[in-house]
Ligand binder design. Structure first.
Ligand code: SF4
Length: 270
């Protein structure tokens, strides 16, 4: 059978070396084929891990260990405790597409652009993306640049998504691979869009409370929010943006409060 010409897969396999970390998945080259496991199982003995086939990885990637659906496959909550062995480059592609759909193609598109092989990275920025929206998502254009930046920082925080965001708004810097992963994010995803819509609706609420807080109280609020974001309840549904304690909503509140945080060294008098 003629070999399939697949430049993206060939380039990715060449980049693996002896091993490569793709978000939370460690890909290790074997004498024949590759082995995939969760990065937190790096040192685990193969006999302690559950052997799964490449086609079983999709079901594994669909839910968290607590059984909640994972709407963003690059969220840093991929289950651990499994091992997948693939015999060929083509099987590796199948396995990676179950875990991180489209990641390989997006990685290759950006690698090509960075090498100058293509004229422009295929990135769609916030303004261009939201201008195309119709119906209920049209209001996402109403966020100011500063508001959009807060929304993006909150939604795409590394605690929620390991994709390296390359699109932006105004002066917001894109993510680095070191801060996130090798998987690029080329345009706002459905969760970001819904989050931006929710943020506009929050801005439009009329009965706003006015609160005067001392810097120390702002610091306490920030600390409490940080704790809540770090320890969401077990049954928390990631995409349930209507929930007041949704971690992304709490993170957005943190973003808004940051501007009022006390300057370091300016503690209140004892
Ligand atoms: S838009 Fe943000 S949250 Fe959505 S996939 Fe991209 S980086 Fe992740």
């Amino acid at each position: 059978m003629a070999a399939v010409n697949h430049p993206a897969l060939a380039a990715f396999c060449a980049a693996i070396g002896s091993e490569l970390l793709l978000a939370q998945v460690l890909v290790r080259r074997q004498p024949t084929g590759f082995e995939l496991r969760h990065a937190s199982d790096r040192e685990a003995g193969a006999d302690t891990l559950r052997l799964v086939s490449a086609s079983e990885l999709r079901a594994l990637a669909n839910h968290t260990a607590a059984g909640e659906f994972r709407p963003i496959k690059a969220a840093p909550n991929l289950r651990a405790g499994w091992l997948c062995r693939v015999a060929s480059d083509a099987e590796l592609e199948l396995a990676l597409n179950q875990l991180y759909p489209g990641a390989l193609a997006d990685w290759f598109a950006i690698a090509q652009a960075e090498r100058g092989s293509t004229s422009r990275a295929p990135v769609t920025h916030y303004r261009e993306f939201t201008m195309r929206q119709t119906g209920m998502y049209r209001i996402t254009t109403m966020l100011t640049d500063a508001q959009a930046q807060q929304v993006i920082r909150a939604c795409c925080d590394a605690r929620f998504c390991l994709k390296r965001r390359l699109w932006t708004v105004d002066a917001l810097a894109p993510d680095t691979a070191a801060a996130k992963s090798l998987i690029p994010c080329l345009e706002p995803c459905a969760v970001l869009l819904e989050f931006a819509r929710k943020a506009v609706r929050v801005e439009q609420e009329e009965a706003k409370a006015t609160l005067t807080l001392a810097p120390s109280e702002v610091a306490s609020l920030l600390a409490a929010l940080e704790t809540a974001v770090a320890r969401p309840r077990a049954s928390q549904r990631e995409a349930d943006l209507a929930a007041a304690d949704n971690p992304r909503r709490l993170q957005l509140l943190r973003e808004k409060l940051q501007g009022f945080a006390p300057v370091a060294g300016a503690d209140a008098k004892e």
